[in-house]
Design a protein. Structure first.
Lengths: 221, 221
DNA sequence: CCGATGACTTTGACTAATCAAAATAAGAAT
DNA sequence: ATTCTTATTTTGATTAGTCAAAGTCATCGG
């Protein structure tokens, strides 16, 4: 059994690999993602390599092996199914479930996970729009998506995913009505002012800074 | 935050204290309950004493302080609410929830626990008939109960609680229909044969050995 | 080509939890 | 009262995960 710590390293590694597909993940990136000092990451990665979960190239970086990726996907599946369950069944707020799931993802058995999956009717995305990896087989290919910061004025988009899952940002996003599934019209974009103005269907228009807009992914509609 | 290990020691200590109210718990008992060697229990208990969770008398034994008891009750509450939730909401089998809850009891936040409690409508006992400690205040006094092994032939009783929570025993008990809440008639008792014969309302009569009968607590009806 | 910079690795130390085995204490038995 | 037994405590070692700080390497700018 992989410890929670190991599961977290593999999960972060997977997420980092998603950000830069193909590349090795540097120790610095991994250490930052795990909130540990670089030396700790090095030590841990060497242990993971000994278990065959990652392949490690000293001073080059690290990447998941097939086995490590399987495990990472399983952790991610637990995390995201739990998030959705907390929202849909237990009625928790969107903004609080990430941290809760962070703990629960290590404590939930396959049996319980299957029940949750069935009750939710085999969902494909979590409340933030993140894809839920399937129980077996490859994850769904992620359709190419642009962020709100890269949209053209005058067109409409559907919110697909919110990257920043901190409670503060999620609360803000919900207050604006920019939750996944909602259609938004891009009203204005002002590069000089570093902002975009969007109007969610049936809501008030809001102006976002580019940094915030980059954290909201959309698809054309 | 108390680690899972600390939570488990406190929980076992509480359960041992219930078995022999008033007495100090011996290191041997505690070590056995925790499946560790006695030396480990001694070390741990000294640490718990330093944190003010137990009072420890070398070569005498250990007992929970007020604070330690509060924490133990909180763990027990989580455990038992989770068990009930797994049965009632997720539809898991009675016999499997104990082990699941053993993990989950350390991962569930107060917020999630409150939601579970509300959804279950503030239950007072778990699926095995064990009382669920309230969120605050003293636990409900446990009404005096006898085991099936001490019942009189010809009378009727209601099953209140099943002590042995191993999957095998729970599966057996359910197959017989001796689940908490069910009324049973005591048909015969044969001390020489070390057995009792009981008939659950609307079911087949079963003969239990005394050891098994002692693990089923009942109340007069 | 050479030194400076910054990323990475190594080393030594620490905490929590554990075990094996030796030492000790307290009661029971002779 | 002395020995024996048995529970308990101590000691020394181990594993997982971590940090601080010292050491190493590669590359980039001159």
């Amino acid at each position: 059994m992989a410890s929670s710590t190991v599961e977290n390293y593999l999960k972060q590694l997977y997420l980092e690999q998603q950000n830069a597909p193909g590349d090795l993940v540097s120790m610095g990136k991994l250490a930052a993602a795990m909130s540990v000092v670089p030396g700790t990451a090095t030590t841990m990665v060497k242990a993971l390599a000994d278990s065959g979960l990652v392949s490690y190239e000293p001073r080059g970086g690290v990447k998941l092996t097939r086995g490590g990726e399987q495990l990472a996907l399983h952790v991610l599946r637990r995390h995201r199914l739990v998030e959705l369950f907390l929202v849909k069944v237990l009625g928790l707020d969107w903004s609080e479930v990430h941290d809760e799931a962070e703990e629960l993802e290590h404590a939930i058995s396959d049996k319980v996970l299957d029940r949750i999956d069935a009750i939710l009717e085999h969902p494909r995305v979590d409340p933030h729009g993140d894809p839920i990896p399937p129980a077996k087989g490859r994850p769904q290919p992620v359709p190419p998506r642009q962020s709100l910061a890269d949209c053209e004025p005058g067109r409409s988009y559907r919110v697909a995913r919110v990257i920043d899952q901190s409670p503060a940002f999620l609360q803000f996003v919900r207050r604006c009505g920019l939750v996944p599934g909602v259609t938004v019209a891009l009203e204005r974009r002002d590069d000089a002012a570093d902002s975009v103005r969007v109007r969610p269907a049936g809501g008030e228009a809001v102006t976002l800074g580019t940094a915030a807009a980059m954290k909201v992914l959309v698809e054309s509609v």
